[in-house]
Design a protein around this ligand. Structure first.
Ligand SMILES: OC[C@@H]1[C@@H](O)[C@H](O)[C@@H](O)c2[nH]c(CCc3ccccc3)c[n+]21
Length: 444
């Protein structure tokens, strides 16, 4: 059929969520507080004072949710493991926490759905934050102990592991811009956090190899394409700096074993010497991974501010409910750049999706914009594959509506609508469309 874009045999189609955004059961079975429990309960931090206390109650409703994933033809499910369930207090391992993930993974296997586990998706145990959090180098050791526990308990039933979700968000968004937990605004601390998160990634890859497990391990980065608002040299330099912060600060250490020199110069000037980088740290960070997870949502356009630093330019084209420009061609540009400049390793789109103000009308949710968004981004991914790109799977964010961090429950990214008052799940039109894409392994 002409116009149909078929994906390679074995291409992995899935969806993604994260523990704090969907599980609820915040105190159940020994779970301890995370920095997001603390942040959400701090007045003014999260819209409407929303918290993850109940969320989608996935902790109890996962059997129904997995059944629905199966009905919708999903082949894989990317979820995250809540560190505060596994180590709720310093030095205390909580087997009941691990037991939940054993139940979840077992249920996924029973339904023929591939489990993909993200070890860290932002819910740092509060007891670690009380010791300085990721800015304290000891957090690296705590993380490796946590990861080794997961490899021991779940290593033979989880085939794909992701060490971290979006080090940029864990560091710059949370410790420099202050928009996410713990809500700090300190560039030097953000740089230390980025370094320790990357170091914990490298140490964990090492630990996974030493565990002799048969699965694969990688990391997920949120990446984008940064365009200059004009050809003015100041705007071009601003775009270069923005690209350095968003993309190269993480890609370079992981794939080249060094921080980007242009950015080191800027950050050293602004934040002081990098004395938190020890001699063999970068050799550890660059330990070979098996795949790279890419979270792509939008591109950015920047101009130079008075100080020459990048300033965002509001999108000219169509935007989602987050105000993010719909720009599928930049997914193609991003993937092509990764292949050209960084790696030929397998890539997975570990998140891509859109929020729109979905409404239930006569028991149904029509979301044509989300279908159009996904179709255009699938087509961009297909073009990359056609040109020889090694893209092996795609996880739509998100399986269901959930706690959208500082926006609380006001933003709906789900393929499945959640009525939070009743916890009813309603597959949106996009979920039924996605089911057909998976069945055809392609788009028309
Ligand atoms: O905002 C939608 C999703 C979140 O719900 C996921 O937990 C998170 O992994 C994720 N990352 C991005 C792109 C990076 C970003 C996150 C938050 C705010 C601004 C940019 C979008 N999303």
């Amino acid at each position: 059929m002409n116009g149909e874009l078929r994906f390679p045999e074995g291409f992995l189609w899935g969806t993604a969520t994260a523990a704090y955004q969907v599980e609820g059961a915040a105190q159940e079975d020994g779970r301890g507080p995370s920095i997001w429990d603390t942040f959400a309960k701090t007045p003014g931090k999260v819209l409407n004072g929303d918290t993850g206390d109940v969320a989608c109650d996935h902790y109890h409703r996962y059997p129904e949710d997995v059944r629905l994933m199966k009905e919708l033809g999903m082949q894989a499910y990317r979820f995250s493991i809540a560190w505060p369930r596994i180590f709720p207090e310093k030095g205390r391992y909580n087997p009941k926490g691990t037991d939940f993930y054993k139940r979840l993974v077992d249920t996924l296997h029973q339904h023929g759905i591939l489990p993909v586990a993200t070890i860290y998706h932002w819910d740092l145990p509060q007891w670690i934050q009380d010791e300085g959090g990721w800015a304290n180098r000891r957090s690296v050791d705590y993380f490796v102990e946590y990861a080794n526990t997961l490899f021991r308990e779940l290593g033979d039933v989880v085939p794909l592991w992701i060490t971290h979700n979006e080090p940029w968000c864990v560091s710059f968004l949370s410790h420099w811009l202050g928009q996410h937990a713990p809500g700090h605004r300190d560039l030097r601390e953000a740089l230390q956090v980025a370094h320790h998160v990357l170091l914990s990634h490298g140490r964990t890859v090492q630990a996974y190899r030493e565990a002799g497990l048969s699965g694969r391990i990688g990391i997920t980065l949120n990446l984008t394409v940064v365009d200059a608002a004009s050809e003015d040299p100041a705007d071009l330099r601003a775009a270069q700096i923005s690209d350095g912060n968003a993309n190269r600060w993480f890609l370079d250490p992981i794939f080249r074993g060094s921080y980007p020199a242009d950015m080191v110069e800027i950050y050293t000037e602004q934040a002081g010497p990098f004395d938190f980088v020890h001699a063999d740290d970068l050799d550890i960070i660059r330990r070979p991974i098996d795949f790279l997870g890419v979270n792509y949502y939008t591109r950015s356009v920047v101009r130079a501010g008075e100080d020459g630093m990048p300033k965002p330019v509001p999108p000219a084209g169509p935007v989602t409910d987050m105000g993010w420009e719909v720009h599928p061609e930049s997914l193609y540009r991003l993937l092509t750049r990764l292949r050209r400049e960084y790696t030929g390793l397998p890539l997975y789109i570990t998140e891509n999706g859109a929020a729109y103000p979905d409404r239930v009308v006569d028991g149904r949710v029509d979301d044509p914009e989300r279908i159009a968004y996904l179709r255009d981004h699938f087509a961009a991914a297909h073009r990359f594959i056609q040109e020889g790109g090694n893209l092996q799977g795609y996880f739509v964010w998100s399986f269901m509506d959930n706690f959208e961090w500082a926006f609380g429950y006001s933003k709906r990214f789900g393929l499945v609508y959640v009525d939070y008052a009743t916890q009813t799940r309603i597959p949106k039109a996009s979920a039924l469309w996605y089911r057909d894409v998976i069945a055809a392994n392609g788009i028309r």
